[in-house]
Design a protein around this ligand. Structure first.
Ligand SMILES: C[C@H]1O[C@@H](Oc2ccc([N+](=O)[O-])cc2)[C@H](O)[C@@H](O)[C@H]1O
Length: 587
């Protein structure tokens, strides 16, 4: 989509027409001295009619001018914060085209998402084992922006009833959360030694949701690897797929009678690239080498083994579904050149194709063009073979089709160039392999997170692309949300703007025939935002991290989301009367 420049293009033409119309109306209703025109037998009827109608003209004039002047574009030449928001909205296509009449299906699942390490706290409570984030934040606190950690976080280990109460306040259909592997299996190499207190905690949490008809959607792994497994190499150990299957079986066995939507992994790209390649997230190994691709292979195999364990041994009785969540932001070409189109494709392959292609494509295996590039670059660097491992035929078959649905974490978009906006990348690394530049237009509304902007039509672009690539796939949006800074308060207009634009884009996508069953807003409440600590907040509910109780208070966006869930409609003008929350009947 071409981005219209503010004050130019169609907006400029519109402005000119508005002004012409305004001048004509002013002339007719104000400046023409009707009474001084001589009325003759030839024009009497005309003036008689006109005089009656001029009150109507006056009304039309007043109404039109008030509407015109309401638009920020005529108020000032300076770009205010409000104009910036409107500009993003115009670009996002929801200001220009009000779409109040469009509805989400009644059976569409609206929810929110969280992850164990980001909200639970209780880091060593009741027998929980240490995970890689506990180890990293305790031994190297300076790597976290505010030197904080997840020891207490939002204290959901003790506050889970309040969490479910918040879900009821919002009227959620579903809630996505994750299990902490080391809380359930403190000794993960002995999968029969289950920590009963950990299992009890999740049982209580799930039972509380089910009691109020809230569908649990559970992620088995959201980045908090047991440290004992990391000590053995973590995802780089070829035994990883077996460890993960053992753990998955414990989860299915204990919770599958009530949980019907399972996700194996959250965001493989962040696990492998950031954890084992670039090393910008735990376990921070200080290697930028072969880790990404090796991790990708073991992760995908672990996913497939868990999936087949579910399908063969649990699904027949439990009747649920098992999928995976992949971070799929949109990467479009910066220009229409062939090179930029190819650069965008390679970026997509390295960012999510690496994990989606082996599971969802007909061919199976890692993406072809990316494999070729990595093989070529590896040989150029003097490696004996490609740094990207291959799947055996047996492995390829095991992985292909091993998902009942595709979980999409979607936040933003980027424009990709073959030549421009390149940054330094250590060699060898995935970024150096693909060697493309990534750009974010400055007019896109910015959040508190460096990587997160409100990009036009990004859900539509990403999901229609995935739908065309993997036809007949069922999708869930498993994360989508907006960050603000601490102290920004409860009136979070930018978050509201973002959610409305995202949900409008989602409606476009549904209308295009993409099978999306649900949407989970990130996040129910503020939480430990990994390397950023508590400096970037994504919650519909604010959490007071200074209070012992970790008090939760709804932001304005919580009321807007509640109204959308209830009405199934995005009303751009809805305003809550006040910020007092309540639980609707029947929830
Ligand atoms: C805010 C949530 O982010 C999720 O992870 C990411 C990481 C990076 C991007 N990105 O576009 O660069 C998007 C999402 C994560 O799954 C969740 O836990 C939250 O931290």
């Amino acid at each position: 989509m071409e981005i219209p420049t503010y004050g130019e293009g169609f907006i400029g033409l519109e402005k000119q027409l508005d002004m012409l119309f305004l001048v004509v109306v002013v002339l007719i209703t104000v400046h023409v001295p009707l009474n001084s025109i001589e009325v003759t037998e030839h024009n009497a009827d005309f003036f008689q009619g006109f005089c009656h109608e001029r009150y109507i003209y006056l009304f039309i004039y007043t109404f039109c001018t008030s509407q015109i002047y309401k638009q920020d574009k005529y108020r000032t030449k300076e770009v205010t914060r409000e104009q910036e928001v409107n500009r993003s909205l115009i670009i996002a296509g929801c200001y220009a085209k009000p779409r109040q009449e469009r509805r989400f299906p009644d059976d569409f699942l609206f929810g929110t998402a969280t992850a164990a390490h980001q909200i639970e706290g209780g880091y060593n409570a009741d027998g929980k084992g240490e995970n890689i984030w506990d180890r990293m934040t305790h031994t190297r606190p300076h790597v976290i922006k505010d030197m904080s950690n997840g020891d207490i976080a939002a204290n959901s280990y003790y506050n889970y009833k309040r969490d479910v109460e918040m879900m009821r306040e919002l009227g959620l259909d579903a809630y996505r959360f994750s299990f902490s592997w080391s809380r359930i299996l403190p000794n993960p190499l002995a999968p029969y030694e289950v920590n009963q207190a950990g299992v009890d905690f999740y049982n209580n949490y799930i039972n509380e949701m089910v009691k109020y008809n809230i569908t649990p959607m559970a992620t088995l792994y959201h980045w908090d690897l047991p440290q004992k497994l990391q000590d053995l190499g973590g995802f780089l150990n070829p035994l990883f797929p077996e460890w993960f299957e053992d753990y998955a079986r414990v989860v299915f066995e204990n919770f599958g009678d009530r949980v019907k939507l399972f996700l194996t992994f959250n965001e493989p790209s962040e696990i492998c690239y950031e954890g084992y390649g670039w090393s910008t997230k735990a376990p921070i190994l200080n290697v930028t080498d072969v880790g990404t691709y090796l991790c990708a292979k073991h992760l995908v195999l672990g996913h497939a083994k868990a999936y087949h364990a579910y399908v063969n041994d649990f699904k027949p009785t439990q009747q649920g579904q098992c999928g995976i969540t992949i971070s799929t932001n949109w990467f479009g070409p910066l220009t229409d050149s062939e090179e930029d189109h190819f650069a965008a494709e390679i970026k997509r392959q390295s960012n999510w194709g690496l994990y989606a292609e082996p599971i969802f494509s007909e061919e199976g295996g890692f993406p072809k063009e990316l494999s070729d590039i990595v093989a070529e670059k590896s040989l150029e660097m003097g490696y004996k073979q490609s740094r990207m491992p291959e799947f055996t035929d047996e492995e390829r078959k095991l992985v292909q089709g091993s998902s009942d649905f595709f979980g999409v974490n979607h936040y933003t978009a980027y424009l990709v160039s073959a030549t421009e906006h390149k940054t330094f990348n250590p060699v060898p690394s995935l970024f150096a392999d693909i060697d493309v530049g990534v750009y974010t237009p400055p007019e896109w509304l910015s959040s508190a997170s460096r990587w997160l902007q409100l990009a036009p039509d990004s859900i539509y672009n990403a999901l229609t692309f995935l739908h065309n690539k993997y036809p007949n796939t069922i999708f869930y949006i498993t994360e989508n949300g907006w960050s603000t800074t601490p102290g920004a308060g409860l009136i979070d207009e930018d978050r509201i703007t973002y959610y409305r634009a995202a949900l409008n884009s989602l409606l476009d996508t549904l209308e295009a025939g993409v099978n999306i069953k649900g949407y989970m807003a990130w996040s129910l409440m503020d939480n430990f935002e990994w390397m950023e600590g508590y400096t970037e907040l994504f919650g519909l509910y604010e959490v007071d991290f200074q209070s012992e109780a970790r008090t939760r208070t709804p932001r304005k966006s919580a009321f807007i989301y509640k109204e959308i869930i209830k009405s199934r409609v995005i009303d751009p003008n809805y305003e809550p009367e006040n910020l007092t929350m309540w639980i609707d009947e029947g929830h």
